[in-house]
Ligand binder design. Sequence first.
Ligand code: ASP
Length: 414
Amino acid sequence: MLLGLILGIIAIPLGANQLVSDYIKPFGTIFLNLLKLVAMPLIFASLVTGIAGMTDVGKLSRIGIKTIAMYLITTLLAVTIGLSLVSLIKPGSYFSDDRRQEFVSKYSLDISSRQQAAESITQDSPLQFLVDIVPENIVQAASSNTAMLQVIFFALLFGIALVLVRNPKVEVVNNFIQGLNEVILKIVEIIMFFAPFGVFALMASLIVDFAGDSLSSSLQLFASLGMYALTIIIGLIFIIVIVYPLFLKIISGTGFGKFYKSMFPAQLVAFSTSSSAATLPVTMKQVESELGVHEDISGFVLPLGVTINMDGTSLYQAVATVFIAQVFGIDLTFSQLLTILLTATLASIGSAGVPGAGVVMLIIVLNSVGLPVEGLALILAIDRPLDMLRTVVNVTGDATIAVCIAKSEGKLEA
Ligand code: ASP
């Protein structure tokens, strides 16, 4: 990653941007494609294996409820931390009126497509999200990486039925999926062999893309949004350094050092891909082989977490919303802050684990408290680096809960 960063930085003054885009970037894309390629079959096989490993449906629903409850608690905590920090630091007060005009005119075009996406979500019935979880055709659902929740639904149904049938005839199905799971995990191992090259290529091309033709003007942009970015970064660090270690220590007894050492490879991949879904294969591998979480638990908790548990994203959405209100000089009431708490939690659950998903859902949070969507113009320019960071937190949060649930079920190896 460091080498990629250095290459990106020296490529710009040397005018080698195109060279990096033409000859280095494709290797990053190949690595990303490999991860995406394996994500869907991995979710299916690991969820079914995880569920089939449970002896009864009662146990499954207990673990299910526990997992969702812990995911909700950490997300609510993250939003609360975000709201507290942004109210305390007030990053919006460092942003001048002129700057605001400049940003609004520069980025207004970028907003419209995202606004359309968010509009189509808000026009639906409030229960549309439930309808969306149930696919009408599993092949169609499995053919798109954005329909992960639908595949999860089918896998849950499939796994539960498998547990309920339990007769010699279905043993062959059970064995087949367990075998499939092992094959896919091997594929993940093979892909991980290329991870250093993939991460190198992704970093170099990200730097070149972000900086465009001039690194210094990009850095200037970053500086003008410095307090906003800093607020989010402080919040994310707080979650990583204080919140998760507390959960780990109290519930599972796992130490800070061991946990982060084990998670580091997954965090690097999350950072360079900005996608928790693409990182899932790596997260699973690390959580099982390094942290000792039993497959039954990780196979259930992690795929679910990738789609519904996004602590980094929810913190970011809370900070961004209040930041935009501050820049536009709008005072938020306590009940509006509560609305943000609720909608940011739901919006993060609804965000897919792909790059930039959090921004689209942010529009819904902005709408919920009547803030101008033009405010997005202020933050779009530096969204990518912040997306990289929040994805690291999203992935780490899933792993934290997986370890805690495993411990509480006696499925954590020493
Ligand atoms: N990129 C994030 C993820 O994949 C989602 C987001 O906040 O945009 O976890």
